[in-house]
Ligand binder design. Structure first.
Ligand code: ZN
Length: 252
């Protein structure tokens, strides 16, 4: 069994029939649990509406750094309410993104810190978005008692080891299958002991589907790639990464 620990699966990105179809395909490919993100107020409301009953789907709610400039005190209070939902297993994706906006670093850091405090208070793991901001992300995370996943990890071996030492797992998805990805060298060295699988659907489809819309069924292709890379069986990849995900997100 596989777990897709990070995906976006709302009707903002997919037609509702497409979602049903995708989930059927994913089940056939061995994906049995999903952590669906809601990283804006509209995405949170959307997923709460479409997944009231599906026990295989858990949620991670938090405000993505791209919305940092517009987040108000009221929004943060509302986030606390959203997080009280019994199927929320993490706060995320939260973090820093200097790639798209390099001018509001202070504001991004403020919103990031507010949500880390919330995670600390509620004792919830976090899923971290970090783009062109890995040093600042590390510095800030090291000041809080939080654990979680560095979603779409793409740093160096040294950074991987630093995050692991802090208690974090690395979220590995389609990027590792890309031809020029340096990530395979990192994972070849550290193995899967601190790795969870994710697709980040609808983004970042693995090879051979790169450029197409992603879906959780593609976890299987990421797992096959890792099995080849590490010269272990796909069952072993499933076993290790699923155990890690169950542990960090306290899934039942
Ligand atoms: Zn995401």
């Amino acid at each position: 069994m596989f777990i897709d620990t990070h995906l976006h699966l709302s009707t903002e990105d997919y037609h509702i029939d497409e979602i049903k179809d995708i989930l059927r395909q994913a089940r056939r490919n061995g994906v049995k649990k999903y952590i669906v993100c809601g990283c804006s107020k509209s995405e949170i409301k959307n997923v709460l509406k479409i997944y009231p009953q599906m026990r295989s789907i858990s949620f991670a709610f938090g405000y993505h750094p791209e919305f940092a400039d517009s987040i108000t005190k009221q929004d943060l209070l509302e986030l606390q309410e959203f997080i009280c939902h019994d199927r929320v297993v993490a706060i995320g994706e939260i973090g820093l993104d200097y790639h798209y906006n390099n001018e509001n670093r202070q504001q991004q850091q403020k919103i990031f810190r507010e949500q880390l405090q919330l995670a600390e208070k509620l004792n919830l793991p976090v899923t971290i978005h970090s783009r062109d901001a890995i040093e600042d992300t590390y510095q800030i995370l090291s000041q809080y008692h939080v654990k979680g996943v560095i979603h779409c990890f793409s740093g160096s071996l040294e950074m991987a080891q630093k995050f692991i030492k802090l208690g974090f797992y690395l979220g590995i998805g389609g990027v590792i299958t890309f031809k020029n990805s340096k990530l395979k060298n990192v994972i070849a060295k550290i193995g899967l002991e601190h790795v969870v699988l994710e697709t980040d659907s609808p983004y970042l489809s693995p090879e051979p589907y790169r450029g197409k819309k992603n879906g959780p069924q593609n976890i299987y292709h990421i797992a096959c790639f890792l099995a080849d890379l590490l010269n272990i069986s796909i069952e072993e990849v499933a076993k290790i990464t699923t155990t890690n995900a169950m542990c960090i997100f306290d899934l039942k």
